[in-house]
Design a protein around this ligand. Structure first.
Ligand code: UGA
Length: 444
């Protein structure tokens, strides 16, 4: 069992540290945010992630997991130090690396013995090299250390099972021995270990996220074509997914990808390409389609309400960028809400866990206690996030509560025929049909 220090107690840091503690290691998590650390010491989670609270509690009780604001305390007995700080997008799409820089600087200043420094934050290709330079120049007397890139592939909402059952782990370093040492930490998980150089490892993370975002934009573009041609994109995706070369995952058309990763990482990769004199055509198209998909929902609602949103009540089911998280960063629901409100609509919404964040970020959205309250007197009901609790609603009750029975299903979770039989005017994403609405016409 090893001693591990984790810098950053946000999403990645907290999950990584807690899971390593659960694997039997001694973990100290460091964060400069005193409130966060105080909260964690009292068992309060700074993020919502299924299973995290119980796992933190168990490992704190077992004495394997501690929280501190002091780098000295964190680094004291550590063999490994994981950098898990945020890398937000700067205005031009470039990743803002001030937190990575600051932690490298402080590690260099405070380290008293040899360390393996592992970077888990998503950082532009080449960051590992200058991280090493910063640490070295911050040291008063030279102490041996190695930098290893080990990108995280966790998804919000399933971060703990993703950590415990990874498809692969990637370790990149100019010091192969150090990369192998980090790989050993992950070996109880039994996944494939890709050991490579540091730049390749950093690039694997961007390329993976960009590819997944491309799949989403691809199927979203197909959804627009399907809608026009009278085909159903959910069936198209199912039919495609049986081909082993394609596979069934990440082919759900919807309101576009959001969250703290895909939008930021695709933009950052495009920016890296641009600054090196390239024209990232595909990445640009991926981003453009994603923006368009959000606009489409607004247009659909407007068209269903006779092109007049003034004073209309639009009910939104779900606000988080996806289910099982309270994260509203780049959430399509907020973009759509803003567009509708700018055109005079009143937006009312419910989300099982993200409402506290929305109240702070967009107080003009009227927040209510549940899905039925959203429907009450609304002109249209729009499903934005596919939380499980929205899948089995009493749709007859919903219909009775709505002012007009219009249902826009932004994630294709309802069966179109059943909804129409129940008397709804139903619109999904990419589910063309003959008979209702101009969106089904081919124009020829
Ligand atoms: C994503 C990646 O899936 C993780 O592997 C990666 O570690 C993480 O980014 C990161 O870089 O930290 P995450 O942003 O938590 O994870 O969420 P996903 O489950 O991948 O979903 C991203 C977005 O794509 C959501 O808005 C979701 O609704 C959308 N999506 C996903 C679709 O619209 N269609 C799909 O078929 C799948």
């Amino acid at each position: 069992m090893d001693n591990i220090c984790v810098i950053g107690s946000g999403y990645v840091g907290l999950v990584t540290g807690t899971c390593f503690a659960d694997l039997g290691n001694n973990v100290v998590t460091v964060d400069i945010d005193e409130r966060k650390i105080e909260g964690l010491k009292n068992g309060e989670m700074p993020i919502y992630e299924p299973g995290l609270e119980e796992l933190v509690e168990r490992n704190v009780k077992a004495g394997r997991l501690r929280f501190t604001t002091s780098y000295e305390e964190g680094l004291k007995d550590a063999k490994f130090v994981f950098i898990c700080v945020g890398t937000p997008s700067a205005v031009d799409g470039e990743a803002d690396l001030k937190y990575v820089r600051a932690s490298a600087q402080t590690i260099g200043e405070k380290m008293t013995h040899p360390l393996i420094v592992v970077n888990k934050s998503t950082v532009p290709v080449g960051t590992g090299d200058w991280t090493a330079e910063i640490i070295q120049s911050a040291q008063e007397t030279p102490i041996d250390f190695s930098v290893v890139s080990c990108p995280e592939f966790l998804r919000e909402g399933s971060a703990i099972p993703d950590f415990m059952n990874p498809d692969r782990n990637v370790f990149g370093s100019s010091n192969r021995e150090a990369a192998e040492e980090v790989a050993k930490l992950y070996s109880p998980l039994g996944a494939e270990a890709v050991i490579t150089d540091i730049r390749t490892s950093e690039m694997i993370k961007y390329a993976s996220n960009a590819f997944l975002a491309t799949r989403i934009s691809f199927i979203n573009e197909m959804s627009i074509i399907c809608e026009r041609l009278g085909a159903d994109v959910t069936e198209v995706a199912r039919g495609m997914g049986f081909d082993k070369r394609i596979g069934p995952h990440f082919l759900s058309a919807g309101v576009g990808y959001g969250g703290s990763c895909f939008p930021k990482d695709v933009k950052a990769l495009a920016n890296m390409a641009l600054t090196h004199g390239m024209h990232p055509q595909l990445l640009n198209a991926v981003m453009e389609i994603n923006d368009f998909q959000r606009k489409q929902i607004g247009l659909k609602i407007r068209e269903l309400l006779d092109n007049n949103l003034e004073g209309k009540v639009i009910g939104l089911l779900g606000l988080a960028f996806k289910p099982n998280t309270d994260d509203i960063r780049e959430a399509p629901a907020l973009t759509v809400a803003r567009t509708l409100m700018n055109q005079g609509a009143i937006v009312r919404a419910y989300d099982p866990v993200a409402m506290e964040n929305v109240a702070k970020e967009m107080p003009s959205i009227e927040l209510v206690e549940g899905p039925y309250e959203v429907a009450e007197g609304a002109d249209v009901l729009v499903l934005m996030t596919e939380w499980n609790e929205f899948k089995n609603l009493n749709m007859d009750r919903i219909k009775g509560l709505l002012k007009t029975p219009i249902l826009v299903d932004g994630r294709n979770i309802y069966d179109p025929d059943t909804m129409r039989e129940r008397g709804f005017v139903y619109r999904g994403v990419g589910r063309g049909f003959n008979g209702e609405g101009v969106l089904a016409t081919t124009g020829d």
